[in-house]
Write a protein that binds this ligand. Sequence first.
Ligand code: URA
Length: 280
Amino acid sequence: MSWDERQRRMLEAMGLRVWERPVVAPAAPAPAPVVSAAPVQAPAARSAAPVPAPVPVPVPVAAPVDVPVSVRVPVPVDRSARAEEIARMDWAALRESVADCRACGLCEGRKNTVFGVGNQAAEWMIIGEAPGEQEDLQGEPFVGEAGKLLDNMLRAIGLSRADGSPEQQVFIANTLKCRPPRNRNPEPGELAQCEPYLRRQIELVRPRIILAMGRFAVQFLLNSSEAIGRLRGRVHEVNGVPVIVTYHPAYLLRNPPDKALAWDDLCLALETHDAAGTKS
Ligand code: URA
């Protein structure tokens, strides 16, 4: 198999090994065995001098971690009234509401809410699961190892979270805006409270295509608990917006051979995006 330069760059960006048939060089003659004539050194005589006592090396003591005492506690809310209110919010109000949210217990442990990042008018929306430790600290989605892979995947198809026109700069959001403790799975009650935020984000961004990464994004969008492997490879649709299902980057880090399948999903997403026409 031989790759053109563009394919090679895409595969390398995703961390996929670019395989090329090795060029077989003519075998070099085996080197003649070398017989050393040097005499074998006798081990150095052991010194009779007393061995100095080891000098204690100071062990660095970790700086104390400033653990803030949580003053945030969840406030019971009427779920449907709250959802209706969120459904009327503009972008600024939505951002503020997420930052102040106390609708579930996750507010107690968070350092930051993670609203999302990217172009508010993006043609591409990427939906992941929930913030992890780094995301909680920095207030931005996908900034850990999985995020680096996601950035490489996006770069491979000419997209970025950081800059560009709405055609090139994506918007990335999660199903949950707060970190679940010890990165456990989101719980149904937490997903239900956070759902109106993501729904409103999708309504306001009006993407031309959505990439659903992993089980929880798929459950949110397609209301399906089928395995990713059974849902990927075809185009789904939610409220007229095409949805492509693919593996979560954290899963791909644990299962590198499936990066090839994720690459197919990205190609399908590109084709679908290009066929979907311009944003009205
Ligand atoms: N995994 C996610 O799904 N979202 C993040 O923001 C980080 C890791």
